[in-house]
Design a protein around this ligand. Sequence first.
Ligand code: ZN
Length: 347
Amino acid sequence: MAWPATDPDDVALLEEIRTIPKVELHQHITGSIPVDLTWRLMTEHKLAPVETIEEMERLLVLQEEETGSLLSYLDKFHYPHWVSQFYENLAEVTFRIAQEAHARGVKVLELRSAPVKHTYAGMSIRQAIVAVLEGLNRANTELGMATGLVVIGMRQMGPHIAKILARQAIAESQHLHERTGVIGFDIAGAERGNPPGLFREAFDIARKGGLGLTAHAGEDEGPEMVWQAIDELGCTRIGHGCAALADEELVRRLAKDKILVECCITSNDQTGAVERGSARTHPIHRFLEAGVPVAICTDNVTVSGTDQLRENLYLAKDERYSLDDLARIHRGAAGHAFTDQAADALE
Ligand SMILES: [Zn+2]
């Protein structure tokens, strides 16, 4: 997709989009650390693998020749993990991500992270969760955003590790905090060979601990993954869910039970979850038509080279939608947020 926007009409439209109070329900921390901050932390820690920030940017942002597969997309998360193994860094990058979202009119921000991937320098899983909460609490008090953390179990690490993560997540869950806490549980990573049904016990633990449930499903595999996420895991939100369109009964079910699909248009284009260059035919349009609740999400601001303004621009430039429709989609998404401060934050 052709970014950055150079059309002057787009620039004006982007400014209008900025004023819409927005809800971000699907954004990963490691895929969203701004390039300049990654570079500063890398050079501070003497970790920079290249000489210049421009070369670093090519390693962090998906390049055109790398698009088309989920696995090459996931490969871009290699370097961000180098700088997110330390408590202070993780708290700092989280706050900075929130600041960038806030500057684009995001009022409700649910960030997600896989704590186990921040433990390689000795941080515990619990510390990796608390560091993110520290950054989110700063965003809450300094920027007035409604925030929360969705903890991710990585599929390829298997169901046992996912159960450990679910226990750690509920130990920091929102209802135990006066401030921001963990609000949800998710699974992500390679879908193939790791169907949602394998993670049932982890999701049972998360549900009993009061967490909201979502799962990456139907991004790289078929509609049966979405069925499993709903029927076996009890998810009330689905990450991506592109494959649902292949099954009309499933689309009807999502609409009937008001299961929200977290839609990430740029990311889906880049990973090959949908046909390339197809913003106009992205599943979000069919979901909206069928009455399935949706959220407009970035997935990974840095890796995907996008932000909330640009994701909304796809719809704003489409004659089927008005800016009021966009505002309505965000208000609707607030009703599906796992954080209970979402409605207040939009006012
Ligand atoms: Zn995702």
